[in-house]
Design a protein around this ligand. Structure first.
Ligand code: GTP
Ligand code: MG
Length: 341
């Protein structure tokens, strides 16, 4: 299925119903009192998170959402019906913004959570409201209020504990395939991964964490090179990044260059991503040859205080110790985080 993580939609809440102008009519009472009822409320636009969904694809082809209007008030003090709220379902992790102001209207991070994004208009008051001792027969009523309308941005940011980043071919998808039940496409060419993959790592001690594998990043990605940087939005919510670097012998750039290029792009993406904790991972240890690239990367990491692991996803070397380290790091980070909130 196609994965869509950014769409613009237009949404309009319902208008309030008109208040009624009506007078009680009974035999022998040609002009009774005013009995015009109120208009009903226009429907709200509500956005709700649904964990069953994993893409915004549905919203791409249905770009207009118009909620129902409230019913008009009627005689005999009958209130118009309220419009039934229009519920737009989105994947959990969707951020809703006003497209004009970029203001974040809601960030739905838990399944079933919802937010009123646009308020329906209030119903107008019927003429029965306007009767007073001096004014027995008001011949006016209020119109209903207009519902709010706006262009909205729906942006899905996956929810995962750990993000896999690195250059194309670094072995990100092979790693997620080796440590989780996810089965992404793997290939000996760049940009095999075009959409993010999510997987759950289950440890023997019953702990687990989620991992997001995202498309590779190349130099100039901030200017749109390769697949650009937009997939980095799926790493924004993670607590920890695993930065994968190919240490097998046939690669052009040095492993240190590879690490620095990706980090530079991360910095250019902006936000908090560049300051997120990273663990550097030398990949393809089974084909590391004389180990020169491995040593170069290890020394660089030691000199810069970066935690370093060397693995082979194909030969399953170093995977258990990496997973248990990540799990304990996540526990510590969550504790630290809680201490401040
Ligand atoms: N020998 C060996 N090859 C590996 C290992 N991990 C990955 N590869 C190979 O490296 C190539 C790229 O692997 P992928 O997992 O598709 O790389 P990726 O980082 O997901 O690449 P993109 O999706 O293009 O960004 C594939 O041919 C894999 O088989 C490993 O541990 N050992
Ligand atoms: Mg991949």
């Amino acid at each position: 299925m196609k994965f869509v993580d950014y769409v613009k939609v237009y949404a309009a809440a319902g208008h309030g119903g008109r208040g009624s102008i009506s007078f009680l009519r009974e035999k022998y009472k040609p002009m009774g009192g005013p009995d015009g009822g109120d208009g009903g409320k226009g429907a709200d636009i509500i956005v709700r998170a649904d964990a069953q969904l994993n893409t915004l694809l549905d919203h791409r082809y249905k770009k207009h959402y118009k909620a129902r209007n409230g019913g008009h008030g009627r005689g005999n003090n009958k209130r118009g019906a309220d419009g039934p709220d229009l519920i737009i379902k989105v994947p959990t992790g969707t951020v809703i913004k006003n497209a004009d102001t970029e203001e974040v209207l809601a960030d739905l991070t838990s399944d079933g959570s919802e937010a009123i994004i646009l308020q329906g208009g209030r119903g107008g008051k019927g003429n029965a409201h306007f009767k007073s001792s001096t004014y027995q027969s008001p011949k006016f009523a209020q119109p209903g209020e207009d519902g709010h309308e706006a262009e909205l941005i729906l942006e899905l940011k996956l929810i995962a504990d750990v993000g896999l980043i690195g250059m194309p071919n670094a072995g990100k998808s092979t790693l997620i395939g080796a440590i989780t039940a996810a089965r992404p496409k793997i290939g000996p060419y760049p940009f095999t991964t075009l959409v993010p993959n999510l997987g759950v790592v289950k440890l023997k001690n019953y702990m687990s964490f989620t991992v997001a594998d995202i498309p590779g990043i190349i130099e100039g990605a901030h200017d749109g090179a390769g697949l650009g940087l937009e997939f980095l939005r799926h790493a924004e919510r993670t607590s920890l990044l695993l930065h994968l670097v190919d240490i097998s012998q046939h690669i052009e750039e040095s492993p240190v260059e590879a690490l620095e290029i990706t980090n530079r792009e991360l910095g250019l993406y902006g936000g908090a991503l560049a300051s997120k904790e990273q663990i550097a991972i030398g990949t393809k240890l089974d084909v590391a040859g004389d180990g020169a690239r491995l040593d170069m990367l290890r020394q660089y990491c030691e000199a810069h205080g970066i935690t370093f692991f060397a693995i082979s996803a194909v030969a399953a070397t170093g995977l258990d110790s990496l997973a248990s380290y990540v799990s304990s790091r996540l526990l510590t980070l969550k504790k630290t985080h809680n201490a401040f909130t």
